[in-house]
Design a protein around this ligand. Structure first.
Ligand SMILES: Cc1cc2nc3c(=O)[nH]c(=O)nc-3n(C[C@H](O)[C@H](O)[C@H](O)COP(=O)(O)O)c2cc1C
Length: 315
């Protein structure tokens, strides 16, 4: 898959997940074969006001590239300035604009999926960001606002005309939230309507299913979100639907190494345990392992516990 001059070595892409897709997790998914990883959503206001916790979200290293930084906001001027600041402070390959987030806090400010109800404003935002960014701009949105308003095709055409170099479509509406059926027909219709690459998204649970989405909708790439949590192996061709315990512990062990490389480990302990717990979802005996990991009082104890599990022959 190609976004402008950027060639991805795999069409499997890590979706932006607030609270999860930080540098360590993105790099881990890259190591397992993801062709491109998206950052957590980054507040345009936070960047413009140069808030340190927002700037921290831009943290990146050369080994993880290509990487996309995702911005959210509703004011064209602020979004353009934020894009310029991001380009000045960090090296990355794409800027994505969040036009799909359904969360109240974001919608209330007219950002995220609310922009699907304001296509003229959305067009201005895309145009201004594309003019000020030094990298290609992508846009992520949904099927539409609700089932009476499935506007993804017109929205994708608007994005293309406004300067977007690829679009990602989460084929659910705002009213669907994160459940309800994903409509592959919407992805197929968007693909037929634009020339820029189309990334399909929503409920892909395996590499195989992702390939089927590309085959059946014609989309150029697939974006995987929740199914990658605790399962970065999903990006590997031929990966088992349910990884073995050994494979899970190996991936988690590597994840912990990367967290230790980039972050102040004790400060991110709660978040780390949350990530760690995901590795044992759906595994027989997983609840006991999860409980043990949640009990750890320090990062070092967590790391030791994972290493001990890994060394056990019976797992
Ligand atoms: C915990 C969580 C955080 C998310 N954060 C973002 C975000 O920051 N930006 C965004 O565009 N979408 C965000 N999403 C939506 C995902 O990127 C994706 O579109 C959605 O989860 C559907 O894909 P999936 O079924 O593969 O998870 C988030 C979803 C979840 C569950």
């Amino acid at each position: 898959m190609q976004i402008d001059a950027l060639t991805l070595d795999s069409p499997f892409i890590l979706a932006p997940l607030a609270g999860y897709t930080d540098l360590a997790f993105r790099l881990l998914c890259r190591e397992y074969g993801a062709g491109l990883c998206y950052s957590e959503m980054i507040s345009s206001h936070g960047l413009v006001y140069r808030q340190q916790n927002t700037i921290d979200l831009l943290q990146s290293v050369a080994d993880e590239r290509p990487v996309a930084m995702q911005l959210f906001g509703a004011e064209p001027e602020i979004m353009a300035e934020a894009a310029a600041i991001a380009c000045e402070l960090a090296a990355f390959d794409c800027i994505d604009i969040n036009m799909g987030c359904p969360v109240k806090k974001v919608i209330k400010r007219g950002a995220g999926c609310a922009l699907m109800r304001e296509p003229k404003l959305a067009a201005q935002i895309i145009r201004r960001v594309a003019d000020s960014a030094k990298v290609p701009v992508t846009v992520k949105f949904r099927s539409g606002w609700n089932h009476h308003s499935i506007t993804a095709v017109a929205f994708a055409q608007m994005a293309e005309d406004s300067g977007a170099r690829a679009v990602a479509v989460h084929a659910r509406t705002w009213t669907d939230g994160f459940s309800g059926e994903v409509d592959w027909g919407v992805i197929r219709a968007v693909k037929a309507a634009v020339k820029i690459p189309v990334i399909g998204n929503g409920d892909i649970h395996s590499h195989e299913e992702g390939k089927r989405m590309m085959r059946e909708t014609g989309c150029d790439g697939v974006m995987i979100g929740r199914a990658a949590l605790g399962n970065p192996q999903i990006f590997r061709a031929g990966a088992a639907m349910l990884p073995s315990r050994h494979s899970r512990l190996t991936a988690l062990g590597r994840h912990l190494e990367l967290i230790a490389r980039f972050f102040a480990v004790e400060r991110v302990l709660a978040k780390t345990k949350n990530h760690a717990g995901k590795y044992f979802k759906g595994l027989t005996g997983g609840a006991a392992i999860r409980a043990r990991l949640y009990d750890c009082k320090s990062f070092a104890e967590l790391q030791k516990t994972v290493a001990a599990y890994l060394g056990r022959e019976d797992l």
